[in-house]
Design a protein around this ligand. Structure first.
Ligand SMILES: [Zn+2]
Length: 375
C-alpha cells in the first residue's frame, strides 16, 4: 500500500525532469512514468509525434460490457518566465504544506496522483471495465500531443474522462473551445511613390479586422460558460514604408461555448471576409461540456463533496485542456476537469502545490476508479 509520503515524493521525482515547453523533451519523464506503470502490471505504449516528444498510454483491465475510465494529464510545463524564482524550480523544495516547482500545480502533482491511484488498484482491475491513462506531451501552447493521439488510432475507447488539470480538487464540468486561425491577404507590389500601380494587401487586412471587430456570434450565452469571444491578436504585413505591400496577415483567437459548430462559424467568417481571405486554421478544439445532471457527474460530485465538505456546483474552467482533442475519439464521454493543483498558481513564478491536496487527490481518483470498475 502507498503511504502519504509517496504522493509527495513522486511529484518531486516528476518535478526533477525539465519538461519546459518549448522545447518540451518529455521523453525521460514519460519513460519514468511508463516504467512505474509497467512495474505495476499496466500495458504501456509510448508514442512520439516528434523526437523526444513522448506521450504514454497505459491500460489495465477491460471488458466488452463497459468501456474503461480515462484519466489524463500532460507532462510538459511552461517556461520559467522572466522574474527570478526564490525557489529551485526543479528540486521539489517544500515549506510547510507547499511543494514548489515549475509544473507542481500544472500539473505534475496531478500526474503523480493519477499514477498512485493507478498503483493502488492495479491488481484488482482484471475482468472489470478497467482504466486507460493518457499522459500527453506538448499540451502547453497548442495541445499538439493529444492532437496527434486523436488523429491516429491509438486511444482506443473510454466511457468517461477525468482531466487532472489544476482545480483544487473541485470538479469542473467543462471549458470553452478554441478556434484559432490566420487570415492572409495578397496584393501586388509597387513603388510607394506609385501606389496606383499596386494592390495594397494591408488595406484588405485592415478592412477584415474592422469587420471582425463588429462580428456578431448570434448565439445565446451559455448558462455557465457565458458567451463566446473573439480577439484579433496579431497583424503583420509590409516590407518597407516605400513599398505597396503585397502580403498581410492577421491572427484571430476565438473562444467558443458548448453547442457551437466550428465549421459553421468558420464558413460565416469566410463569407464575411470574402474570397480574398485565405484562412489557415491552426487550432480547432470544441468546447467541453457535460450536463451536471448526468449520472456519472453526479457520482463525481458526491465523491468529491465528501472531501471538499460541500456538494460541488456546476462550474467550468477558464483554460483549455487536452479533452478538446481526446473527445474527438472518446466522443460523448462525460468529462470532468479535476486535479490537485491550484489554477491561480499555474504558469506563475514560485509555483507551488498543496501537499495535502495531492493526498486528497489520490483518494478521490482511487474512489472514482473503484466506482467506475465496481471494486
Ligand atoms: Zn495544464
Amino acid at each position: 500500500m502507498m503511504s502519504d509520503q509517496d504522493a509527495v515524493a513522486l511529484t518531486r521525482d516528476l518535478l526533477r525532469f525539465d519538461t519546459v515547453n518549448p522545447p518540451g523533451r518529455e521523453r525521460e519523464c514519460a519513460r519514468h512514468a511508463g516504467a512505474l506503470l509497467e512495474g505495476w502490471g499496466y500495458r504501456v505504449e509510448y508514442h512520439e509525434y516528434a523526437e523526444e516528444r513522448t506521450s504514454v498510454i497505459a491500460r489495465a483491465g477491460g471488458s466488452d460490457a463497459k468501456p474503461p475510465l480515462c484519466l489524463t494529464g500532460h507532462t510538459d510545463t511552461v517556461a520559467l518566465g522572466v522574474s527570478p524564482w526564490t525557489r529551485d524550480p526543479f528540486a521539489g523544495e517544500s515549506d510547510g504544506d507547499r511543494l514548489y516547482g515549475r509544473g507542481s500545480s500544472d500539473m505534475k502533482a496531478g500526474i503523480a496522483a493519477i499514477l498512485l491511484a493507478a498503483r493502488t488498484v492495479s491488481k484488482k482491475l482484471s475482468g472489470t471495465p478497467g482504466i486507460v491513462l493518457v499522459l500527453t506531451a506538448a499540451e502547453e501552447g497548442g495541445c499538439i500531443g493529444s492532437q496527434h493521439l486523436a488523429r491516429t488510432q491509438l486511444l482506443g475507447r473510454a466511457g468517461a474522462m477525468i482531466v487532472g488539470e489544476p482545480t483544487s480538487n473541485y470538479p469542473l464540468v467543462g471549458h470553452k473551445g478554441s478556434l484559432k486561425f490566420h487570415a492572409k491577404f495578397r496584393g501586388v507590389s509597387a513603388h510607394g511613390s506609385m501606389p496606383e500601380l499596386g494592390v495594397n494587401a494591408i488595406y484588405k487586412a485592415a478592412k477584415a479586422v474592422s469587420r471582425l471587430e463588429s462580428f456578431d456570434f448570434a448565439v445565446k450565452p451559455h448558462p455557465v460558460m457565458g458567451g463566446p469571444t473573439m480577439n484579433v491578436g496579431t497583424f503583420a504585413g509590409g516590407q518597407g514604408v516605400n513599398m505597396v505591400p503585397d502580403e498581410a496577415s492577421i491572427g484571430v483567437d476565438i473562444r467558443t461555448v458548448a453547442g457551437m459548430d466550428h465549421q459553421a462559424l468558420l464558413s460565416r467568417i469566410g463569407d464575411l471576409l470574402g474570397e480574398e481571405a485565405e484562412l489557415e486554421v491552426f487550432s480547432d478544439m470544441n468546447a467541453v461540456w457535460t450536463e451536471p445532471g448526468q449520472a456519472w457527474v453526479q457520482r463525481v460530485f458526491e465523491i468529491c463533496g465528501k472531501v471538499l465538505g460541500a456538494r460541488p456546483e456546476a462550474k467550468t474552467a477558464t483554460y483549455n485542456t487536452d479533452a478538446g482533442n481526446l473527445l474527438k475519439v472518446y466522443s460523448g464521454a462525460p468529462t470532468v476537469v479535476l486535479g490537485p493543483g491550484e489554477a491561480k498558481l499555474a504558469h506563475q513564478t514560485d509555483e507551488y502545490v498543496s501537499m495535502e491536496r495531492i493526498r486528497q487527490s489520490v483518494a478521490i481518483y482511487e474512489a472514482l476508479i473503484r466506482d467506475w470498475c465496481g471494486l
